[in-house]
Design a protein around this ligand. Structure first.
Ligand code: CA
Length: 219
C-alpha cells in the first residue's frame, strides 16, 4: 500500500516510516500542510496518516479540503493527548480513525492494518483467489494451507493483483503502490517481481497474464 505520512515531528515520522516500511508499505513523508496538499493532488494513496497539529495550514484544513474535493481515501488522524475536541473535530471532518499521542507502535500498526482492511479488503482480514489466501494481519501468503515464501515487495505485488483480480494493473500503478518518492525504482523492477511470482506460484496454478502494452492481470 502507498501511504502519505504527514507529521512535523521528524523523530516520530522516522519511527513510523520504519514500522510501515517493515510491512512493505511505501511511505511518502510530508512535514507541513503545504507539502501534504501538494502530495494529495495526485490521488495515489491508499491511506493518509495526518497529524492535526501542524503549522498553518494544519491537519484539519488539509482534511477538510480533501473531503471537500470528494476524496474517499482513508485518513487516520494523530492528535495530542487530552485533546478531546481535536478528536471530535477530526472525525466530524471525515477522518476514519484517530490515535492520541503518545501511542505505542503496536497499536499504531494495528490501527493501520484495520483501516486498510476495512477499506481495501472489504472488512475481511483475508484475501482469497483460487488456491491462494493472503492473511493481511500476518502479512503472509498461503497456497491451500501451505505458506509461500515471498519477499515483502513480492507480497505487495501479489496483494495488488489480488485486490484487483480480473482487471489490468499497469506498471505505473504497481510502482505507485509499491514505492515512495525516496525510492529508486529500476526500470525493469516490476518484470523481475512478476517473473519471481510466476515461478513461486507455478504449483498454485495461478496465472499472471501479461497484457501487452498495458500491464498485468490476475485471471
Ligand atoms: Ca505536530
Amino acid at each position: 500500500m502507498r501511504i502519505l505520512l504527514v507529521e512535523d515531528d521528524v523523530v516520530l515520522a522516522t519511527a513510523l516510516t520504519r514500522v510501515l516500511n517493515q510491512t512493505a508499505h511505501a511511505v511518502d513523508s510530508a512535514e507541513t500542510g503545504e507539502q501534504a496538499r501538494d502530495a494529495l493532488k495526485d490521488d495515489v494513496y491508499d491511506l493518509v496518516i495526518l497529524d492535526v497539529g501542524l503549522p498553518k495550514p494544519d491537519g484539519f484544513e488539509v482534511l477538510h479540503e480533501l473531503r471537500q474535493r470528494g476524496s474517499h481515501v482513508p485518513v487516520l488522524v494523530l492528535t495530542a493527548r487530552d485533546a478531546l475536541e481535536d478528536r471530535v473535530r477530526g472525525l466530524d471532518l471525515g477522518a476514519d480513525d484517530y490515535l492520541t499521542k503518545p501511542f505505542d507502535l503496536p497499536e499504531f500498526e494495528a490501527r493501520v492494518r484495520a483501516l486498510i482492511r476495512r477499506v481495501h479488503y472489504r472488512a475481511s482480514p483475508e484475501l482469497k483467489h483460487g488456491r491462494l489466501r493472503l492473511d493481511s494481519a500476518g502479512r503472509r501468503l498461503f497456497c491451500d494451507d501451505k505458506p509461500v515464501e515471498l519477499s515483502q515487495r513480492e507480497l505487495a505485488v501479489i496483494e495488488l493483483l489480488m485486490l484487483r483480480a480480473g482487471r489490468v494493473v499497469t506498471k505505473e500503478q504497481m510502482v505507485d503502490h509499491l514505492y515512495g518518492w525516496a525510492d529508486d525504482v529500476g526500470s525493469n523492477a516490476m518484470e523481475v517481481y512478476i517473473h519471481r511470482l510466476r515461478k513461486k506460484l507455478e504449483a498454485a496454478e495461478i496465472n499472471i497474464r501479461t497484457v501487452r502494452g498495458m500491464g498485468y492481470l490476475l485471471d
